[in-house]
Write a protein that binds this ligand. Structure first.
Ligand code: ZN
Length: 315
């Protein structure tokens, strides 16, 4: 059952206080040492620069961001909480792991039990000695395959979820292995309603989206503002198709900005306000033209669905 609070970096927040939400972002990340050396644009390490985009996001009606950076990709929850307090915004931090290329060294030689214990400690007692608790559990899988070490992470995430009620949000590579993820979670006893599947907008199979939602999972369309993925129009069309059968109730959105060039504060052009100021009006008018209940659907996608997706479950 879905609860009444989300766990933010600065404490529990009643879901009644949640407004427009981006469900998959990166605000502060050191990336991996190799990536940081080869592609410094992947490192986001300025509270003030990201703050400029946060202010734009807030001016457009946003107040909550699910920050999906994990320990294997340079997470810093003290900085996240600093951003949350300085700019008065709800930030949810992630426990768990990214996809296999990043999580291999963190998982390969561990047992499921060891990883589970480590995750539960973070969720219940906070990360290190910061006292800051993660509010979402992440695991990623690779393109068309779940690597053996990814399965260790996935099963540990499932067990930590069952113990704590902290919701799960996964990385899928280009929207692949979503059904297989749900099957493994189901084998661990985790219902699909407690799982968000990210990057699904990169998978153009509408019938797959429909069946995943019918199973109960949330789908995050989070490549929308990145021009190279070309998922913006498809996301609008898929939301309209799903809304015809009231299945949009499990769609949430985000920008998954993982490099400086996306952010206006770093000199980029798109900005953290893009989804609310550019995409949302496009979605509204498309839904209106289709004769759908546009305002309600948009409120669901941006506000009501994330509340349910990220509420701490009762255990
Ligand atoms: Zn991401």
């Amino acid at each position: 059952m879905s609860g009444n609070y989300i766990q933010s970096t600065s404490g529990l927040i009643p879901i009644s206080e949640i407004s427009y939400t981006h469900s998959h972002e990166h605000l502060f990340t050191y990336a991996t040492p190799t990536i940081a050396a080869e592609k410094p644009e992947m490192v986001l390490d300025s509270v003030d620069k990201i703050g400029e985009d946060i202010n734009l996001f807030k001016a457009a009606g946003g107040n909550t961001i699910i920050e999906m950076t994990t320990i294997d990709y340079g997470r810093d929850v003290v900085k996240l909480n600093e951003i949350a307090l300085k700019y008065n915004i709800n930030i949810v931090a992630a426990a768990g792991f990214n996809k296999g290329t990043f999580n291999k060294e963190f998982l390969e030689k561990k047992s499921i039990d060891e990883v589970t214990v480590q995750l539960i400690d973070e969720l219940q007692n906070g990360i290190g000695d910061t006292g800051i608790k993660p509010g979402v559990l992440k695991i990623g899988t690779s393109m068309n395959v779940i690597e053996p070490w990814e399965e260790i992470g996935l099963r540990a995430i499932a067990r930590a979820h069952l113990k704590t009620g902290v919701p799960i949000s996964t990385h899928t590579q280009a929207g692949t292995m979503a059904e297989e993820q749900l099957n493994l979670f189901a084998a661990e006893g985790v219902p699909a309603e407690n799982i968000v599947l990210c990057h699904l907008d990169q998978n153009p199979d509408l019938e797959l989206h429909r069946s995943l939602v019918e199973r109960g999972a949330y789908l995050c369309y989070d490549s929308i503002p990145k021009p190279q993925y070309k998922t913006e129009q498809r996301s609008i069309e898929f939301i309209a198709e799903l809304a015809k059968n009231e299945l949009h109730t499990n769609i949430i959105v985000g920008g998954d900005f993982s490099r400086k060039t996306y952010y206006k504060g770093y000199g980029g052009k798109i900005g953290l306000d893009y989804i609310l100021t550019v995409f949302k009006p496009k979605l509204l008018s498309y839904l209106e033209n289709k004769g759908l209940d546009s305002n309600r659907i948009v409120e669901d996608i941006f506000k009501e669905n994330p509340k349910r997706a990220f509420a701490i479950r009762e255990v």
